[in-house]
Design a binder for this molecule. Structure first.
Ligand code: RB5
Length: 150
């Protein structure tokens, strides 16, 4: 169970609370990097960058980011080499993002995905392995200089 870092903005806070409960049930180790409430409007790039920095500092770790749509968080996170942020709002892409893309960041929209579906997406995303092989060759074309484990 690799460590998981979580972040959200105000629009993703309620869904992050649901996901934290799911992780506790699964006994999955995590660190919540904020934000801490839905009432104060914050800037999603700040939280995307917190989680990205934590992932890059802990090889093999992964993360979950939640904003209103998932778009801002995924755009912000994917600007960093070594980050493969996948915006998954249903189960098929959640599964494929692990099998083919070795996604190390799951992004969801708190205003898009209901809590039941989000819990399933997280469970599938956490437990689906990367297939490697030809998919690793393709990832190497995205981040040619990244060391093993990122
Ligand atoms: C905040 O209102 C909203 O813009 C943000 O959560 C996100 O959806 C941006 O992409």
């Amino acid at each position: 169970m690799e460590k998981l870092f979580l972040g959200c903005d105000h629009a993703g806070f309620a869904l992050k609370e649901v996901i934290l409960r799911t992780l506790a049930e699964l006994q999955w180790p995590y660190q919540d990097l904020g934000c801490d409430c839905a009432e104060v409007s914050v800037h999603y790039p700040d939280y995307a960058q917190r989680v990205v920095r934590a992932i890059l500092a802990h090889p093999g770790s992964r993360g979950i980011l939640i904003c209103g749509t998932g778009l801002g968080m995924s755009i912000a996170a994917n600007r960093f080499a070594g980050i493969r942020a996948a915006l998954c709002q249903e189960l098929y892409t959640a599964r494929m993002s692990r099998l083919h893309n070795d996604a190390n960041l799951l992004v969801m929209g708190g205003r898009i995905v209901g809590s039941g579906l989000a819990r399933e997406i997280v469970r599938v995303w956490l437990t689906t392995p990367f297939e490697g092989g030809r998919h690793q060759e393709r990832l190497n074309l995205i981040d040619p200089k990244m060391p093993e484990g990122h």
